[in-house]
Design a binder for this molecule. Structure first.
Ligand code: SAH
Length: 237
């Protein structure tokens, strides 16, 4: 059991994010792009889920930006991540926000095994490009959904534009993110992620681009999916 529940993780990746944990809620720190994108992601989910009545899992929740935004709308949120420090920071931030989120250091496989078909919505933002086995991750995410429930994911496309913006631009030119945060080869095209979702028994409903200007810090939904994109998929009822 432990074998299958902890296998899908790169310890280097966890260490990289744990190092940023203390500054996670600083809107001008390394999580700045996540802060700027968060209202758009939260609105996308809120438009498709009855949040006040929803049980939501936020997989790879980090310091809890999206978990808190959804909890603020009335959702009952479980946030999991394998980074112990990021989970500690997420828990501490609840004292400030006075919201309730059930944060745990837990893998997607372990949650899918202990609470199968239990969630009205599952969010997995900016995680799949950091795991060794994206197929296994998608299988876990699908397993968490109740019939008829929705999965929301965001990630980076594998295009020259994404390489330019997320790696060259953010890590080297603007130094928004530490170097080595992203690995181009692990980025997935929407068509590839769509196939993984289909193989996991889900129906893709929408793919939207996430436009982000790091200079003005403005983020919005867009038709252009070449850099960052957000999607919604549904488990058949
Ligand atoms: N979803 C959050 C954080 C994204 S950063 C948001 O968008 O705001 C990526 C997060 O994934 C980090 O918190 C990191 O600790 C976590 N992570 C990386 N690999 C993981 C894995 N294999 N399983 C679970 N979490 C992982």
């Amino acid at each position: 059991m432990t074998e299958t529940t902890t296998a899908n993780v790169s310890p280097d990746e966890i260490a990289r994010f744990d190092k940023l944990a203390a500054r996670w809620w600083d809107p001008d720190g390394e999580s700045r792009p996540l802060h700027d994108l968060n209202p758009v992601r939260a609105a996308y989910v809120a438009a498709r889920v009855d949040l006040p009545r929803a049980k939501v899992a936020d997989v790879g929740c980090g310091g809890g930006l999206l978990s808190e935004a959804l909890a603020r709308e009335g959702a009952q949120v479980t946030g999991i991540d394998l980074g112990e420090k990021v989970i500690e920071v997420a828990k501490l931030h609840l004292f400030e926000s006075e919201l309730k989120v059930d944060y745990r250091v837990q893998s997607s496989a372990a949650l899918a095994a202990s609470e199968p078909s239990s969630f009205d919505a599952v969010c997995c933002m900016e995680l799949i490009e950091h795991v060794p086995d994206p197929v296994a991750l998608v299988r876990d995410l699908a397993g968490l959904l109740k019939p008829g429930a929705r999965l929301f994911m965001s990630t980076l496309n594998r295009t020259p534009a994404a390489f330019g913006a997320a790696i060259l631009g953010a890590e080297y030119v603007m130094r928004l993110l530490p170097r080595g945060t992203h690995h181009y080869a692990q980025f997935l095209k929407p068509s590839e992620l769509g196939r993984l979702l289909r193989h996991a028994g889900l129906e893709l409903e929408d793919v939207s681009g996430l436009a982000y200007n790091p200079l003005t810090r403005k983020a919005s939904l867009s038709r252009i999916t070449a850099v960052n994109y957000l999607l919604s998929a549904r488990k058949p009822a």
